[in-house]
Write a new protein. Structure first.
Length: 382
């Protein structure tokens, strides 16, 4: 196994277009690193540069303590697992796993030992005589990983391996990949555009936008302390609410009313004029249900749509945004690849809430969780 250290990596395509622009990411030995971002952000290009399928325009690509910029893919000892797993349909599971060893003319006895060891780890030992066509998606994925294990690759690289699967299977595969990666302890770099995969799989997540690294952090840090509007809007589902806000003392004025925030948050945003407040849907609660109202404020608003999901209730509260905020929301939509940023507040309440559409409701908001962004630069001020 090995660490992968990307230092100031640049990829320029022909006409001066920078698909990857000065990106530095240090993947630790054994770490599960996610590269995530909307279409065209450069995540696949970056992965292809790690594996050697794409020339590196600038910067240093280190695998272990070796500079690999000019090393051929076969000399990098990395295993790439693709979307379709690239299994041979006419070969058995055993022979699919053995394939790279046969190519390398490894003696039969050694091949047998390695294939049996790997298939035990992957719980494939009962399926060794089957063909890929008779396996589930999850089993096929494990065969592809088995092939990487017998090669004793230094790292696994995944390029959107779950994007062709339906939602249920994707969920199962996520758990399976997590379990395997932890058991094998192998350095892994995984590309996805799906924020749920990024949050659930990654030890750390690198969020990219138009070739530029926005934030490199644990899923929790990204969620709780996004560095800018783009990361805040990309991570979390339903997305964070963005609302026009002004700060007076320790109070943030929102379209619905005023929310008290911790002084250290308010101080950082003082005197900055019109801001964008970011509040996640789950930072609200039905005031009639919540008993502990400490650390927050309550406001009244008319709810226009209510969706009851059993364990939680979504309530939608429309508002009008001033032009500056409206412009920033549309920009964010473009950055987020067409995701709609509504001028409506989405609140996620407890399933026991009895809030009804068309009625005024008392909503509690947790002031400790309110984030404040500069609407021009997008930077998180808190
Ligand atoms: P997706 O999720 O859609 O695959 P991505 O984030 O993986 O997107 P890349 O495939 O890395 O993005 O592409 C990054 C940018 O580089 C895109 O704007 C793409 O159009 C451009 N690009 C990729 N390959 C080439 C190429 N061979 N020549 C010119 N531009 C390219």
């Amino acid at each position: 196994m090995a660490a992968i250290d990307m230092k100031n990596i640049v990829k320029e395509y022909g006409d001066g277009f920078l698909a990857v622009n000065d990106v530095s990411i240090d993947v630790q030995d054994g770490e599960f690193m996610i590269l995530v971002g909307p279409s065209g952000c450069g995540k696949s290009t970056l992965l292809r540069m790690i594996v050697g399928l794409e020339d590196i325009t600038g910067g240093e690509m280190m695998i272990g303590d070796k500079l690999v910029n000019d090393l051929a893919p076969r000399d990098r000892n990395l295993a790439m697992v693709f979307q379709n797993y690239a299994l041979y349909p006419h070969l058995t599971v055993y022979e699919n796993i053995a394939f790279p060893l046969r190519l390398a003319h490894v003696p039969d006895a050694e091949i047998d030992r390695k294939v049996r060891d790997a298939s035990k780890t992957l719980e494939l030992d009962e399926h060794l005589d089957r063909k890929p066509g008779n396996l589930s998606g999850g089993q096929r994925q494990r065969v592809a990983m088995g092939r990487a294990i017998v090669r004793e690759a230094d790292a696994f690289l995944f390029d959107e391996p779950l994007s062709n699967l339906d939602a249920k299977l994707r969920g199962q595969m996520r758990t399976e990949i997590t379990r395997l990666q932890k058991r094998l302890g192998i350095t892994t770099v995984y590309v996805t555009h799906d924020q749920t995969e990024a949050m659930t799989l990654g030890d750390r997540v690198a969020v990219l936008k138009r070739g530029v690294l926005q934030q490199l952090a644990t899923p929790r840090e990204l969620y709780e302390n996004p560095c800018n509007l783009f990361v805040a809007g990309f991570i979390g589902s339903p997305p964070m609410n963005f609302l026009p806000a002004t700060v007076e003392g320790n109070t943030v004025k929102l379209p619905f009313g005023a929310v008290d925030v911790p002084p250290e948050r308010a101080e950082k945003a003082a005197g900055k004029g019109l801001l964008m407040a970011g509040i996640r849907p789950e930072n609200f609660e039905d005031a009639s249900v919540r008993t502990d109202k400490g650390g927050g404020s309550t406001f009244r608003a008319e709810v226009d749509v209510v969706e009851w999901l059993g364990n939680e209730t979504y309530a939608y509260i429309p508002y009008e945004a001033p032009p500056e905020v409206e412009a920033q929301l549309r920009q964010l939509e473009r950055d987020l690849d067409g995701e709609t940023m509504h001028t409506q507040l989405v609140v996620s309440l407890d399933g026991s809430s009895r809030i009804k559409a068309g009625e005024d409701a008392e909503i509690w908001v947790d002031g400790r969780k309110v984030q404040l962004f500069d609407p021009a630069s997008g930077d998180n001020l808190t």
